[in-house]
Design a protein around this ligand. Structure first.
Ligand code: HEM
Ligand code: HEM
Length: 402
């Protein structure tokens, strides 16, 4: 068995690389399509979808590693000569397809990996870390990489069909040694003869540029955040919200995923005096579809989770109490159709007419029926950590009661 290529034969290492990668690619494509099309309405479906994606990603990176080794090996080897260099168009097409297949072997896994690393959440890659050096967490970058992945899926499928059809045509119609030369054995064939080598490379570059151009021109917008949700109606309040944040952190497959609600309103009445007792009331209304939560934003809206279509808002209604331990908002939080008693201790500073509050809270998502079928905390943690902050200014008296 000879490892190296000659100008008339593929060596055993080239053949090993070719067929192991072929097997990997022909597994990854259906796996990616099935996992993408799989419903994720219930927690059980979501867990199945995540497992398929984890297999897809981990196998994709393994194939990438083999592809890099294959490319380095191919660069050091002679490429066996075409069997029919006189058929110029056919040779050009076959070699353009080879370049496109090599390009896909780099672009597909890299775009998938960047898509994964630039966002948070959903199916983890097994055995190795989730982040990539030099790839920032950026939803636009993640969406662009996802678009490249999906454009190259089409390029790869079309070139593979041409590639396999070409190999079969040589075997069945031409009855030549093209396919046998790639199969195990010692088949030698082809006569080294001068033929255009740069033109197929140029052809492949042109196809890649065209595919990216068409893909980006006709594709979906590159960001999918909760910002497009309908805005909540403005409310009147003694204290008017100027700025604030409702951030949440969950653990998914053992890794933290953070996000926030971009739209919420506050109705606050509050008069501070030093002695313990009730000092006012607060009502916070949160737009559920305004949540952005890494790559799991869409899943979080589903019927088994927030069920945003049926329950588009969450409401926290509370009295503000001064106790010996400090300020507490004591009331109830309604998410979906579950109302749960809640005490939120918070810090407050008032300077002039401006009040600033901060508070932290840990909730159990199961109290609200969120992901009730996803009981395993290894898949989705039960605890949801909330980080709250608000800056509000005292409304001018004449505005009140208008
Ligand atoms: C059932 C599937 C496949 C068949 C029957 C097949 C067949 C062949 C044959 C017969 C050759 C030799 C062509 C020649 O000498 O001119 C070849 C080369 C090649 N094939 Fe495939 N192939 C398959 C799948 C794939 C896949 C999935 C990829 C990668 C994505 C791939 C990438 C290549 C490349 C890049 C070459 C050029 C030779 C090299 O430099 O290694 N093939 N294939
Ligand atoms: C050669 C390697 C790979 C191939 C051939 C491949 C192929 C595919 C295919 C065919 C799809 C379905 C796309 C659709 O129907 O819209 C897909 C989706 C996907 N793949 Fe890959 N993939 C590869 C590597 C990777 C890697 C390494 C990752 C991540 C580490 C990854 C992450 C994804 C993700 C997240 C999707 C879902 C669609 C999206 O959001 O873009 N893939 N892949």
């Amino acid at each position: 068995m000879t490892l190296a290529n000659t100008s008339r034969r593929y060596g055993s290492l080239s053949k090993f690389f070719h067929w192991s990668i072929a097997l990997g690619i022909l597994t990854l494509i259906p796996l990616g399509i099935i996992a993408t099309d799989m419903a994720a309405d219930t927690s059980a479906q979501l867990a199945r979808k995540a497992t398929l994606f984890s297999i897809h990603k981990t196998l994709g990176i393994a194939i990438f590693a083999i592809a890099v080794a294959r490319i380095l090996w191919a660069l050091s080897q002679p490429k066996p000569a075409p069997l029919h260099p006189e058929r110029k168009l056919e040779t050009f097409a076959a070699e353009t397809v080879h370049w496109l297949l090599y390009a896909s072997l780099v672009i597909m896994p890299l775009s998938g990996w960047v898509h994964h690393a630039a966002t948070d959440g959903f199916a983890p890659i097994w055995l190795i870390g989730q982040d990539l050096p030099f790839v920032p967490k950026d939803e636009t970058l993640s969406a662009a990489a996802s678009a490249v992945h999906s454009i190259f899926e089409k390029v790869l499928i079309v070139t593979l069909i041409l590639h396999i059809a070409g190999a079969l045509k040589h075997h069945v119609i031409d009855r030549d040694a093209t396919l046998r030369r790639m199969l195990p054995g010692r088949t030698e064939a082809g006569t080294p003869a001068p033929h255009a080598v740069l033109a197929p490379f140029g052809g492949a570059v042109a196809v890649i540029a065209l595919a990216l151009g068409i893909g980006f021109a006709t594709g979906a917008p590159l960001t999918e955040t909760g910002a497009s949700a309908p805005q909540l109606a403005q409310v009147q309040s003694d204290w008017e919200k100027q700025d604030g944040q409702i951030a949440l952190t969950i653990r998914q497959f053992g890794k933290e995923v953070s996000g926030q609600f971009s739209d919420f309103t506050t109705e606050i009445s509050y008069e501070d005096t030093p002695e313990p007792g009730t000092k006012g009331t607060v009502r916070v209304t949160v737009s559920i579809p305004s949540l952005t939560l890494g790559s799991v934003t869409d899943q979080a809206m589903g019927p088994d989770f927030f069920d945003a279509e049926t329950h588009p808002t969450a409401v926290f209604d509370a009295d503000i109490l001064r106790t010996d331990d400090g300020l507490i908002a004591e009331g109830s939080l309604m998410i979906r159709d579950q109302s749960v008693p809640l005490s939120l201790p918070f810090d407050l500073t008032i300077e002039g007419e401006t009040a600033r509050m901060t508070g932290q809270l840990t909730l159990d998502r199961r109290d609200f029926g969120i992901g009730s079928q996803m009981d395993d905390p290894g898949q989705l943690g039960h605890d949801v950590q909330l980080d709250l902050s608000l800056t509000a200014t005292r409304a001018a008296k004449q505005d009140l009661g208008a």
